[in-house]
Structures are given as structure tokens and as C-alpha cells.
Write a protein that binds this ligand. Structure first.
Ligand code: H4B
Ligand code: PHE
Ligand code: FE2
Length: 301
């Protein structure tokens, strides 16, 4: 099944312009998925679930199971919605693709999560530039089952509506927060030995086989303790692995740090230069690489 949505504007990201389409809400055309579409889901699902235990945070994997997602077939939004409604009151809506920012924020502010209905083609299995069903559903939806994360997403949507009214710089600051938390966040899983350590919660990481390993195990990227204003000043890459990941202690930390009114923060940041994606400042808390060893070293604390 193919549809050709109309391009309406560009999203201004740190890397350049990303097309945004006039994309209304669609009913998930579940009966129209081909055998290839279901096979793509199965392949990606099985592949990620093989590598994510011990890498993704435990809540993420438990929520995926609790929702009834599996490798068998592409899940039905209507079935997931019954589970989500009971857990946190979120609703999934089918969309054609990227939405204009204000529409996107308005959905989140009302506990609706837009999910791209179509899945990537077999030749795009390892990488696709725009969000598809696998990224949105496998990556974003499970944590909507977590009450604290669910509240954070709603607060983010409300903050987005506000930032949109303030102006382009405020919007850029807030978009960086989404990027470095919801899309590419790492979390310290509590527990000793193998149970604890750095884990992934960002959807852009959990939906990518290569970045799931890279984000935790490569020596290349920086892993820096969560710092709201630091994140808001930090540029990001959309076409390569991140040069920096930010680490939260807990979802409670995330929601607490984002409670205050951001208006004075935006005003202050408008007088400061942005930081390159790969910068490390002497005020940063730097985490060690390696699963199960994600705690600051003596030298860092
Ligand atoms: C905040 C976020 O970066 C952003 O601006 C947008 C805009 N529109 C979107 N639209 C959809 N469907 N999905 C998304 O993740 C986003 N992200
Ligand atoms: N406190 C933010 C709203 C917000 C909450 C959570 C995440 C992002 C933004 C504001 O005043 O704009
Ligand atoms: Fe995403």
C-alpha cells in the first residue's frame, strides 16, 4: 500500500532541514500489511530482543512483554491501546510520518502518541532516515506504560506548545531535550554487579542494533550526567551515532528536573553559544563505558 503525503514545511534541526508532511491521523490499515511487512517486523523484533536484555533498562523490556508485543506479527494499535488505556491512559494514533511540531506537541500534551503506520522496506532493515513503525512502536511505546515516563511525555508536549509560542531558539533548546532523553537517553539501572550499570532507554538507540551496542560499549562517545541546561545547549547529529549520550539516575530525576518554568532558562540560553555535539566540559560528570560498569570512576566524582 502506498500513499504520497504532501510536504508542507521543513523542520529545522541541528543538521539541517527535515521535510514535514501534511499528515492527518489514519486508522492503522492492518489488513493491508504484506507478508514482507510482517517479516520485517519479526526480523527486527527478534534481533533487538536478542541483544537488549542487559542493555535496555529492565522496565522497557518488561513493558514490551506486558503490552503483548511479539515477533509474531505487527501489533494492532487497537490491542495495544486497550493495555495502555488501563496502564497510563495514553492512546496511539496512526500517522503517515513526521508531523508539524505544534501538532506533535498537541498530541503529546493530550497523551496521544503518533505512530507511523508503515514499516521500512527489507533493504532499509539496518537504517532508515525517518521514523517508521518499528522505531515508533518498538522504540517509543513501551515506556508509555511507565507512569513517571508517561507523565514526562505529557509535560514535554505542554512545554513544546509553550516553547513554540516563545520562538525558534526556545524550540531548538526544547528539541535538544527530547533528542537527548526520549530518543537517545541512557539510564543508571540500580542493582549490584550484572544487574546494575548503564542501560538504554532512548527509542532511537533501542530500535537500532548497531547503536545499541555502540552507545554502551564503544570508547568513542561521551557519556555525561544529565544536566538540563547543558543538554539544551548541545547540538546533535541526526545522520550518525551520537557523539554524546546523557545519563539519568531515574525517570523521577527527569520529571523533577523539568518541573520548573523554562521561560527564564530560554532567556538565559539565548545569550549563550551552542556547544558542539562532542564537547566535554570540566563541569561534566563522565561515565565509564561498558555494560555493568556504568558508574563514575573515582577520578570523575
Ligand atoms: C520534538 C521532536 O523533535 C519533533 O520536533 C518532532 C516533530 N514531529 C514529529 N512527528 C512525528 N510523527 N513523530 C515525531 O517524533 C516528531 N518529532
Ligand atoms: N517545565 C517546562 C515544561 C516541560 C516539562 C517537561 C519536559 C519539557 C518541558 C516548561 O516550563 O516549559
Ligand atoms: Fe523517535
Amino acid at each position: 500500500m502506498s500513499t504520497q503525503p504532501r510536504r508542507v514545511e521543513n523542520l529545522h534541526t541541528d543538521k539541517g532541514k527535515v521535510p514535514v508532511y501534511a499528515t492527518g491521523i489514519v486508522e492503522q490499515p492492518w489488513d493491508d500489511y504484506s507478508d514482507d511487512d510482517h517479516a520485517t517486523w519479526s526480523t527486527l523484533y527478534a534481533r533487538q530482543r536478542e541483544i537488549l536484555p542487559g542493555r535496555a533498562c529492565d522496565e522497557f523490556l518488561a513493558a514490551q512483554d506486558a503490552m503483548g508485543m511479539s515477533a509474531d506479527r505487527i501489533p494492532k494499535f487497537s490491542e495495544l491501546n486497550r493495555v495502555l488505556a488501563a496502564a497510563t491512559g495514553w492512546t496511539l494514533m496512526g500517522v503517515e510520518g513526521l508531523l508539524p511540531e505544534l501538532d506533535f506537541f498537541d498530541h503529546l500534551a493530550n497523551r496521544r502518541f503518533p505512530v507511523t503506520w508503515w514499516i521500512r522496506k527489507p533493504e532499509q532493515i539496518d537504517y532508515i532516515e525517518e521514523p517508521d513503525l518499528f522505531h515508533d512502536l518498538f522504540g517509543h511505546v513501551p515506556l508509555l506504560m511507565n507512569p513517571v515516563f508517561a507523565d514526562y511525555m505529557e509535560a514535554y508536549g505542554k512545554g513544546g506548545v509553550k516553547a513554540h509560542g516563545i520562538g525558534a531558539d526556545a524550540l531548538q533548546n526544547l528539541t535538544r531535550l527530547y533528542w537527548y532523553t526520549v530518543e537517545f537517553g541512557l539510564i543508571k539501572q540500580s542493582g549490584g554487579g550484572q544487574a546494575g550499570g548503564l542501560r538504554i532507554y532512548g527509542s532511537g538507540i533501542v530500535s537500532s542494533k548497531a547503536e545499541s551496542v555502540h552507545s554502551l560499549e564503544s570508547a568513542a562517545p561521551n557519556r555525561i550526567g544529565f544536566d538540563l541546561e547543558r543538554i539544551m545547549r548541545t547540538r546533535y547529529r541526526i545522520d550518525s551515532y551520537q557523539k554524546t549520550y546523557f545519563v539519568i539516575d531515574s525517570f523521577e530525576q527527569l520529571i523533577q528536573a523539568t518541573q520548573p518554568d523554562f521561560t527564564p532558562i530560554y532567556a538565559r540560553l539565548s545569550r549563550q553559544a551552542s556547544l558542539p555535539a562532542g564537547e566535554v566540559l570540566d563541569t561534566d560528570t563522565v561515565y565509564q563505558r561498558g555494560t555493568g560498569e556504568g558508574w563514575p570512576t573515582d577520578a570523575d566524582v
